[in-house]
Write a protein that binds this ligand. Structure first.
Ligand code: ZN
Ligand code: MN
Length: 128
């Protein structure tokens, strides 16, 4: 599907490319509302959905109440701190063999996989 290019969408993408914090839609809204007075949280969500469809960003679903978004498109894994909720990139080699190994079990075609590590981040450990 083709979308008219939008200045807001371009800025949302730039913002996501410039951070590794996997922000929420409301964080993005807070960053850009000064620049675009007509912006609403709904518009941010709509543009995020379009960017996702275009393969420019990914949506991280951790089953939490907040949707997180990621502008880093090379395959990678994530670590989630169970204390503060921080989501960090884990740049270890992507285990593409796992997809091959899982095929006989699935009897279909495995296209991708996700791995998330959970624990306590360095900052939270220091507070102990
Ligand atoms: Zn933490
Ligand atoms: Mn990431």
């Amino acid at each position: 599907m083709q979308y008219r290019s939008s200045k807001q969408r371009k800025r949302i993408l730039e913002l996501l490319r410039s951070t590794d914090t996997h922000p929420t839609a409301s964080w993005i809204y807070d960053q850009l509302k000064g620049e675009f007075p007509a912006l609403s949280l709904g518009t941010v969500y709509r543009n995020l959905r379009i960017l996702q469809e275009q393969g420019e960003i990914t949506h991280l679903d951790f089953g939490s109440t907040f949707d997180r978004f990621d502008g880093r498109m090379e395959p990678h894994y994530h670590f989630v701190c169970e204390r503060c909720g921080k989501v960090m990139d884990v740049m270890m080699p992507v285990l593409s063999d796992m997809e091959t190994f899982s095929c006989p079990q699935v009897k279909g075609k495995v296209l991708r996989h996700r791995i998330e590590f959970f624990g306590i981040c360095q900052d939270c450990l220091k507070q102990d």
